[in-house]
Design a protein around this ligand. Structure first.
Ligand SMILES: Nc1ncnc2c1ncn2[C@@H]1O[C@H](COP(=O)(O)OP(=O)(O)OP(=O)(O)O)[C@@H](O)[C@H]1O
Ligand SMILES: [Mg+2]
Length: 229
């Protein structure tokens, strides 16, 4: 079966002022459908850059990215955004929740953007919040939630329209170990139930318990691959 993500010889060079940073130096990668992949490595080695380039949030300097057989560089900005909205979910360490909206409204947003009628969006959002054990907090705004609760809202939002692939950048970075374990259990459950692919940047020492494969990066390259669980 065709991998859901394929990257060929990715290079990313940032030009900031007079300084050039070669953040990705020839990354080749295939991610089979339904896999949970963890990306690990020291600060500054290029993990976030890799996620951004694979998901089309950022342009690559050289190389190709194919998602679901579609070459991302062939899509214009608009179609790439639309593609992301329909097919991908994102979980960042800083939750990016909209502060003026309640948890439920934050989770509804991707559905409304995708054209789901309001009443149905509301039902689906509440089901999703129930799945992350936050139904009683549906009407709370982000400022009225704990860090772990906010992160669970962000995960509910990322997953609500059942994207085939979910990108997560340190999704448990701010959380205590119990909450982190709960969140990873949730991702594993969704992976099993919906066959969703997860690409997760993490420093979690318990990573082998939930990832199928661990990629270790150093200095802009993947230097080691470990099969886990
Ligand atoms: N927008 C940018 N402009 C210039 N340089 C950047 C930019 N984003 C990242 N970099 C540089 O690219 C390199 C890789 O950064 P990246 O954010 O991908 O690292 P990371 O592995 O995610 O690190 P961390 O674990 O600290 O989040 C670093 O040297 C960083 O300074
Ligand atoms: Mg990072």
């Amino acid at each position: 079966m065709e991998p859901i993500v394929r990257a060929v010889n990715l290079h990313k060079v940032y030009n900031s002022g007079s300084v050039q940073v070669h953040a990705l130096r020839g990354v080749d990668l295939e991610i089979p459908r339904g896999e949970i992949v963890a990306i690990m490595g020291p600060s500054g080695c290029g993990k976030t850059t890799l996620l951004n380039c694979l998901s089309g949030l950022d342009d690559v300097t050289e190389g190709e990215v194919y998602v679901d057989g579609v070459r991302l560089t062939d899509l214009g900005d608009d179609r790439r955004s639309e593609y992301r909205a329909r097919r991908m979910g994102f979980v960042f360490q800083s939750y990016n929740l909209l502060p003026v909206l309640t948890g439920r409204e934050n989770v509804e947003l991707p559905l409304i953007v995708a054209g789901v009628p309001y009443r149905q969006a509301r039902e689906v959002a509440i089901r999703m919040l129930d799945l992350v054990d936050l139904k009683p907090f549906a009407d709370h705004k982000p400022a009225e939630l704990s860090a772990g609760q906010q992160q669970r809202v962000a995960i509910a939002r990322a997953l609500v329209n059942k994207p085939g692939i979910v990108w997560a950048d340190e999704p448990t970075g701010n959380l205590d170990s119990d909450t982190s374990a709960q969140i990873m259990d949730l991702l594993v459950r969704l992976n099993r139930e919906n066959g969703q692919t997860f690409v997760v940047v993490t420093h979690d020492v318990g990573v082998a318990d939930w990832a199928h494969r661990i990629l270790k990066m150093r200095n802009g390259q993947i230097v080691e691959q470990i099969r886990a669980g």
